[in-house]
Structure formats: C-alpha cells, structure tokens
Design a protein around this ligand. Sequence first.
Ligand SMILES: NC(=O)c1ccc[n+]([C@@H]2O[C@H](COP(=O)([O-])OP(=O)(O)OC[C@H]3O[C@@H](n4cnc5c(N)ncnc54)[C@H](O)[C@@H]3O)[C@@H](O)[C@H]2O)c1
Length: 373
Amino acid sequence: MSDSAGDNSKPRVAVLGGCGFIGRNLVEYLISNDLVSGVRVVDKTPPQLAFLNATHSKVFEDPRVEYKSANLINPTSCASALDPGPHEWGLVVNCAGETRVGQSEAVYSEGIYTLSCNVAKQCAALKVPRLVEISSGYMYSKDKPHKESDAVNPWTVEAQMKAKVEQELKKLEPDLNYTILRPAIVYGVGDRRSLTPRLLYGGIYKHLGETMKLLWTAELKLNTVHVRDVCRAAWLVARRARCAGHTYHVVDDANTTQGSLAELVSEIFKINHDYYGAAISTLAKTDITAVAEEANDKHLTAWADICRQYQLLHSPLEPSAPVELLLNKHVCLDGSKLKEIMSMDVPKPTAENLLQVLEDYASMNLFPKELLL
Ligand SMILES: NC(=O)c1ccc[n+]([C@@H]2O[C@H](COP(=O)([O-])OP(=O)(O)OC[C@H]3O[C@@H](n4cnc5c(N)ncnc54)[C@H](O)[C@@H]3O)[C@@H](O)[C@H]2O)c1
C-alpha cells in the first residue's frame, strides 16, 4: 500500500470480485477519479488471468491498488481477505459471485449465497461503515416497470440466491450497515456474459451470411445499464447516510427491449434480423432446453470456426445462453428511486457504446476486427 493509504480524508475501499467485469470498472472509477486512499482488490482470479485491457492493467498497477487472492466461499479466506490491517475500511463493495453459465444449483448456492453471507458477517464484525452488495435485477418477470417495493419473484437460480442474500443482510441489521443495488443487464468494456453474447450472435450471423433469428418478440423487455453508471451508483449510495438499509434499481432511461438491441446489433454488423413465429416460440415454452441446446450448438460451432479462421487462440468469449435466459421473461425496472440521487451518464445503449466493447476485445485479439468492418 502506498503512502496515500494514510490519507484519512479519503476512504480505503475493498472491491470484492475486483477482477471481474463490474469490479475492474469500479476499481478504475475509484482510482481515475482519485476518490480513495487505497483499493484492495479481492478475487480468486488473479489480474494476470482476467483478460484486463491496457487501461485496466495500468490502473491495477497504480500504487494505491493491491491485489489479494481469496476464495470468499471459505470463511477463513474471507476473513483474511477483509483483514483491514492498520487502516480501517471506509467501504466494501461486493461484486464477487458465481456468474458462469449452466452451473448446478449447489454451485450457485455456495458461489452466491454462502459467499455473500460470509462477506456480510465479516463486514458486520468489523463494523465496516458501509457494504454495497451487488444483487440482481432479475427479480420480477412482468413487462411493467417494477419498483423496489414490489414483491420479488426471481426467475433465474442466480437471482433466487441473490434474493436469499438480501434477506440475510436485513437480518444482520443493525450490526451491518449496507445498501443493495439491483442492476438491470449491465454492459460496457469487459463484459463477457451479460450483453456480449448477443453482440457475438451478430458477428456469428454475419459470418454465416444468415438472418439473425430471435425467440419471442421485439417487445420483450431487456432493460440495460452501462457499467459506468453502476460504478457511480455504488460510490454515491455509499457516501449517503440516508441510503443505508435501502435497495436501489440501477437502470438506464432507455426501457431497452430485445427489439431495440437487435436493431443496434444489426446496425453494427450490417445484418438482418427476424423473430421466430408464435408457433416456434410456443414450442420453446415446453421444450426450451432442446431449443437452447440447438441454438447454442449452432452458435458455438460457428464461433469455433471464427476463432480458427481469424486465429483467436485464447478468446474467453462464449456465445452461449443459459436456458432460463431464453424464457419469455422480462427485465423491466423502475429506476426513479436512484434517480433522486443521480442521473445516468449513459442514458441508453447505442451502436457506438456497444461497438466499443467489441473493439476493446478486438484490440486484444479476442474478437476478429474483420467482422466489424
Ligand atoms: N453483469 C451483469 O449484467 C449483472 C447484472 C446484475 C447483477 N450482477 C451481479 O454483479 C456481480 C458482478 O458481476 P460481473 O458481471 O462483474 O461478474 P464477473 O463474473 O465478471 O465477476 C465476478 C468476479 O467474482 C470473482 N469470484 C467468483 N467467485 C469467487 C470466489 N468464490 N471468491 C473470490 N472471488 C470470486 C470472479 O473471479 C470474478 O472476477 C455478480 O454478483 C453478478 O451476479 C451482474
């Protein structure tokens, strides 16, 4: 830790899952805006294996940033990772959790529920002034904008675990001082598993010379938020006493739908898109697993072809979708509670800001730049 760790006017922050998509962008936000005296990045994945781009790698080399390896599922490892040493934590942000597609319920239970409970208990024991917990916006399935006070009905296993975590945090009051963020679908540089698979589909259909066909309709709500605004939200709610104990949706102003995203993807790759008729989409309701497997097989085969043709030897990108995300369920959030505190820097996804994600991967030879021409 550098000398600046002793600068008491700025908090020292632990970013758990700091090598992940949201985590690395948060570390960059805190360091490049000079908001903190120091950041401890805790992750089971070392930065060297996290496919950081040049900007994030540089930030991770800043003397105010230290990396600590830990498996937060293990309470002893979690306690050691959060051991503040001679300085106190001003803030802990938990961006760690199991996000790999297609894991068993037991893996999500350990990787989300056990992990977040360990973190929360440790923060309560250390009397950390604020824990910001990144939860999930997949808590409601209807196509109306849901408020934080609506009853939750989490429709992915990951979101079910997050809902259980939220209950546990409440039980730890008043020892635990926390704020919960429920982001919509987060996109931006470094995203691999949220919106990026949909961008990869565009590249795949361009490569195949086919129309991109999508399940359901253009009206399916897939509300979004740029990662920069998730990072700003984490910082801003942490700085306000009145946000303690509250839950906030983090969503942009676009009311994004499958249709609006498909338009952007089609614009980027200069392809056509279309929707399966009601008959196939209805069939998908009853045999969604077979439909998902068939689509994933087609996409993965084409992606393997692309990787071979353009010599992408180590790309971590994967154009596959878990079955539950292919259901006709909406991500539709009312973000007005958070908007009393902040407005969104990035109000909507655009061809430019989505292209930026792919160009960043292309600059690391993880996506073929030829498909962007
Ligand atoms: N990306 C989204 O669209 C989105 C939307 C809503 C909520 N979230 C939630 O936000 C959080 C961060 O998401 P992300 O997109 O940055 O995911 P990510 O997979 O990119 O990052 C998660 C990080 O946590 C680390 N991690 C996982 N298990 C760990 C363990 N046992 N010990 C230590 N580190 C561990 C991983 O190595 C990874 O670096 C997750 O909890 C996710 O569910 C994400």
